[in-house]
Design a protein around this ligand. Structure first.
Ligand SMILES: [Ca+2]
Length: 292
């Protein structure tokens, strides 16, 4: 990598953002598992022409290059560029995901070698946000504002803390170097919960439950399932209460009537709010089991 920071040759460089330079002869090297995550790569909009935010130059044979959660803006040639200047150059596994690219040439899209024959296999390009202003706090402060389009839309790269040591949650990572933090608060979010499939259906009872897979950084104080005749039932209607915290739980649904279709969702609540799992349906049988 080169130019990780502002200074290059004693003055600010406007050539590129992140690139790697291999010692001459720098072709035909083998590199693998390059991870470029959660950077802010911003070119000046004044002064000389700039080039590229992230450039993958002639690198020989590369396997698995990951470019995720970067904010790249203001580059005069391209946001991300992969080139070939040696016939042997291949990339097997290029993952360009959940980057936010704004005000770059080439419509903010990844440029592959200007058309001269890079051998590229296993290419994934997904989740990128192209052309939306990242809404930094200022031109010198790269924290993001409350309405930044990158909030909670990053890729989970197992990052636990941002550049300020603010917690990053697996289900709600922001794009860029900083998590958005509510003024005076933290980065807590509502929990994440899934609904367990319905089993043991009788004419009046059924069994379900859920799994709280992420507490959002704040203790889960209530969880269970809620149900009703309509889609997307809420805790305002019939519900169970089945403990607290993360993990799987089982819920007993009661008070049903025969030959009816019900909707069920798991729920989990913390101080930020209540989240729900998927809406699942089941139908009670048209008979009563009588035991004597
Ligand atoms: Ca977030």
């Amino acid at each position: 990598m080169k130019n990780l920071g502002l200074a290059s040759g004693g003055s600010n460089s406007k050539g590129w953002g992140i690139r790697w330079i291999l010692d001459e002869p720098y072709h035909n090297h083998t590199v693998n598992n390059i991870q470029i995550y959660n950077n802010v790569i911003s070119a000046s909009t004044t002064g000389p022409t700039t080039t590229i935010g992230i450039i993958l130059p002639g690198i020989g044979t590369a396997t698995n290059i990951y470019i995720r959660n970067n904010i790249i803006q203001n580059w005069d040639m391209a946001a991300i560029y992969a080139s070939r200047d040696n016939s042997a150059e291949t990339i097997s596994g290029l993952y360009v995901q959940n980057n936010l690219c704004y005000n770059n040439a080439a419509s903010n899209a990844l440029v592959l070698n200007g058309g001269s024959g890079l051998v590229l296999t296993n290419y994934t390009n997904s989740g990128n946000i192209l052309g939306s202003n990242p809404l930094f706090v200022s031109t010198t402060d790269y924290h993001i504002q409350a309405t930044s389009p990158g909030i909670n839309l990053g890729y989970d790269v197992d990052l636990t803390m941002d550049y300020d040591s603010v917690a990053v949650h697996a289900t709600t990572p922001d794009i860029g170097a900083y998590e958005y933090v509510v003024p005076g608060g933290g980065d807590e979010t509502a929990p994440t919960v899934t609904t367990t499939a319905i089993t043991a259906i009788s004419s009046t009872t059924a069994t379900s439950g859920g799994n709280v897979t992420d507490d959002g950084g704040d203790a889960v104080t209530a969880r269970g399932v809620c149900w009703g005749a309509g889609a997307n039932p809420t805790t305002a209607g019939s519900k169970t209460t089945d403990g607290a915290g993360t993990g799987a739980f089982t819920s007993s649904i009661t008070g049903l009537t025969k030959n009816n279709t019900y909707h069920v969702r798991a729920y989990a609540t913390n101080s930020i709010g209540t989240s729900y799992g998927a809406d699942v349906t089941f139908t009670t049988p048209n008979y009563l089991i009588v035991v004597w």
